[in-house]
Design a protein around this ligand. Structure first.
Ligand code: ADP
Ligand code: ZN
Ligand code: ZN
Length: 730
């Protein structure tokens, strides 16, 4: 007997399993390809989940097969290109499609809500429909619908009627008969009424960069805009965006997490004659959904956003800009570990549009592509306007006394800066009061047992673990010897700020780090508090980008010494970028700037190279080192990370993973190793690195390996993840 097959929907669910799940369609709904990309609500275990139809097919009837409860969309929520690019991302990052799609959607869609009503399609009577108005039978829904369309859908009651799901079949039927049609309903957007002009002329380098990018619109191309800090890259983006808008196209601008300040947004909003939609983590659901809807609608607009903005519909886009393309915040560091810059380029290629990567300190990946001729490089070699690059001084602090983290020479320089009526920035990438609390009598130091690493002193009496957020009080006496000489060692931002406030009681001292910027807009408030009085801002990397402080003439770097000796292959690149970016904050307007860097290692090659030849020289040397060592961009990496409560479970898993990966051709395996931080929050951590000179080799190996890992019995006691193109090995 031949079993009859049933038609099923293959649904991608937002759960950490790679397969699609078969469901029966809701009663009475015919299955067609058109359902692919539509969201559904379906029972999963005991829950109801919002999934996305990823395929349709047939299956043998199974009594346990469940039915989709509802299909939420009339048409796919993704464009064809989005769908294909996201599918690619799921395969490339070896991450389940359902979770990739969920990560890509704005929260409102993910939770089963609709996009904001105002920007969806609007139904209108066609001339034919208008001529037939009299022929609908009163009392039927068709009559009701047709007449409310005739009256215009301005009243709330009529809008409700047209948007209820039960009206949908009626609307569809009328559409099929050619009596009504759908048009785009573009709500008048929040266009800034003050479209301000520039108050200065572009310089030659800016103009030619704009010309080059404008000429490349309309096809896939990548331009590296290599412009020193303060060279006016934003003007180039704006010029290119104007050219793109003039062709009737939209533009997407990606900025790093700390780059999307109100100041930056205002600049785009005031200069562009269209709506500028912003998308970042601090935004509510509706605003995100609105931005997505605006991009989907095709209205002329600009979307500016952090990492996840890269998932927006881009069918009407003509240009994708990635500002500060080297920034680490473009890489998602948990879950779906995509890289927004890389994915932006994948999409630009699929869409056939121009991409611009801008930075004063391009990543080595990008520099290599440019050297190979795959990207066109445009340089902005000098500061815009009359601003000059800062002069750099290195202060050797070996054997010198430090006062709350700063040498006498540094304090004098800061004092001089204040006396001249200017502002100083003191940079230290470590928050808290002191990174270590140590007993002067016996050497004991306060450590977090769950992470086996030092706890940072915060305030006068608190200890905080920066890895697991565990808190303790500073003990009254040393737990090891009972001595009372417990000393805070080293200085974080908190100590620097309090020390500076004591030395310069008349100056305003503000602190900008994770502890002082928890609330939204706090960073801007702190900087605004500086005003145009002499003052000092002390802070972490949060200060590296985004704010123009015209009175800032001195950047004092308190310490970067830990970074000089990190084992990570990308540590030097990071440190060089950070030094150049932080230094770039000084002297951005007419007052000339200075950078002072105190270090115990004034002769360190990295510092020497940067000082002597600048970032480009550093990049050249570092590329040679990477080539020699077989690291990116000359090789491609995937890092298997795992953690477990039991040490043995961790290494059983990694050992089995190694066995499973041994057969991979053209891929080098590191042995399973403890992670650079072997214990964190009570979990043992380990990893195994896969390296290949050829990307396809690595991909082939992962395609075999990841499903094996998923099925491995030893995998049940560990949490593991595969990080394709990891940006660090931690
Ligand atoms: P970058 O992003 O390259 O560091 P910005 O685009 O922020 O630099 O520009 C730095 C400053 O220079 C801004 O205040 C900007 O208004 C100004 N600026 C840009 N182009 C010019 C120009 N051609 N002449 C004078 N000032 C300019
Ligand atoms: Zn002691
Ligand atoms: Zn801890």
């Amino acid at each position: 007997m031949i079993e009859e097959l049933v038609h099923v929907l293959q649904v991608a669910m937002p759960i950490p399993l790679p397969q699609l799940f078969d469901y029966l369609p809701p009663e009475g709904v015919a299955i067609s390809q058109a359902l692919i990309g539509c969201r559904v609500v379906a029972p999963f275990g005991r829950r109801q989940l919002v999934g996305v139809v990823a395929g349709v097919g047939v299956a043998s009837p199974d009594l346990r097969m469940k039915r989709v409860e509802a299909i939420l969309d009339a048409t796919a929520v993704f464009t064809r290109e989005q769908w294909e690019s996201l599918g690619w991302a799921s395969r490339y990052y070896h991450y389940p499609l359902g979770e990739v799609l969920a990560a890509a959607m704005p929260g409102a869609l993910r939770r089963g809500k609709n996009l904001p009503e105002s920007r969806r399609w609007r139904w209108e009577l066609t001339p034919l429909g208008r001529s037939r108005l009299g022929s609908f039978r009163p009392g039927t829904r068709t009559h009701l619908v047709a007449h409310s369309l005739a009256e215009g859908d301005s009243s709330a009651a009529s809008r409700d009627l047209l948007s209820t799901t039960s009206s949908r079949p009626t609307l569809r039927a009328l559409e099929r008969k050619g009596l009504i049609s759908r048009t785009l309903f573009a709500e008048p957007s929040a266009v800034s009424s003050i479209v301000g002009a520039r108050s200065y002329d572009l310089n030659e380098a800016q103009s030619s960069a704009i010309r080059q990018i404008s000429a490349s619109l309309g096809r896939f191309s990548v331009t590296l805009l290599d412009g020193i800090t303060g060279s006016g890259k934003t003007e180039v983006y704006l010029g290119a965006i104007e050219a793109c808008l003039a062709r009737g196209k939209q533009a997407l601008v990606l900025v790093p997490e700390i780059g999307l300040t109100p100041q930056a947004l205002r600049r785009y909003g005031e200069r562009l004659p269209v709506a500028v939609h912003a998308v970042h983590s601090g935004l509510g659901d509706t605003e995100r959904a609105r931005a997505w809807a605006a991009m989907a609608s095709g209205e002329r607009c600009v979307l500016i956003g952090t990492r996840s903005a890269v998932f927006a519909p881009l069918d009407h886009a003509g240009l994708i800009v990635v500002d500060e393309e080297h920034d680490a915040s473009y890489k998602q560091q948990e879950g779906f570990r995509y890289h927004a810059r890389d994915f932006a380029l994948v999409r630009a290629k699929a869409l056939g549009v121009a991409a611009v990567l801008g930075s004063a300190t391009p990543s080595l990946e990008t520099i290599r592509q440019a050297l190979k001729g795959r990207y066109t490089t445009m340089r902005l070699p000098s500061r815009a306007g009359s601003a000059q690059p800062p002069t750099v001084h290195v202060v050797d602090i070996r054997k010198k006394a430090l006062h709350d983290g700063l040498s006498s020479a540094m304090l004098e320089t800061i004092g001089e800066c204040l006396r001249q009526g200017n502002q100083a920035m003191v940079f230290r990438n470590r928050r808290g009061y002191a990174p270590v609390v140590m007993c002067h009598d016996c050497g004991w130091s306060a450590r977090c047992e769950r992470c086996d690493s030092p706890m940072t002193q915060h305030g006068t009496a608190g200890l905080l673990c920066h890895h697991c957020a565990a808190r303790k009080r500073v003990p009254k006496a040393c737990p090891a010897c009972g001595g009372l000489a417990l000393l805070p060692l080293g200085a974080g931002t908190e100590r620097l700020a309090s020390g500076l406030a004591a030395v310069f009681p008349d100056a305003r001292v503000v602190r900008v780090d994770k502890d002082t910027t928890q609330s939204r807009g706090a960073l801007d408030q702190h900087l605004a508090a500086l005003g145009d009085e002499p003052g000092i801002v002390v802070g972490t990397q949060l200060l590296a980008k985004g704010h123009d402080l015209p009175l800032l003439t001195l950047v004092a770097i308190a310490s970067i010494d830990e970074g000089l000796f990190s084992a990570d292959f990308r540590a030097s690149e990071r440190l060089a970028q950070m030094l150049v970016q932080v230094s770039g904050r000084a002297g951005r307007s007419i007052r000339p700037g200075q950078v002072w860097l105190q270090t115990h290692h004034p002769d360190h090659p990295l510092l020497q190279t940067l000082l002597g030849g600048g970032y480009n020289e550093f990049a050249k040397q570092e590329l040679a080192v990477r080539d020699e060592a077989g690291f990116p961009p000359f090789a491609h990496l995937a890092l298997l990370r795992a953690e477990a409560t039991e040490h043995s479970a961790l290494f059983d898993f990694l050992g089995a993973a190694q066995q499973a990966a041994l057969a991979s051709q053209g891929v080098e395996l590191s042995p399973p190793l403890s992670a650079p931080m072997p214990l964190r929050d009570g979990k043992h951590r380990g990893q195994m690195l896969l390296t290949a000179r050829q990307r396809p080799r690595l991909q082939a190996a992962l395609e075999d390996l990841v499903p094996v890992l998923r099925a491995m019995p030893t995998g049940r006691k560990v949490r593991w993840s595969m990080d394709v193109d990891p940006i660090d090995l931690y």
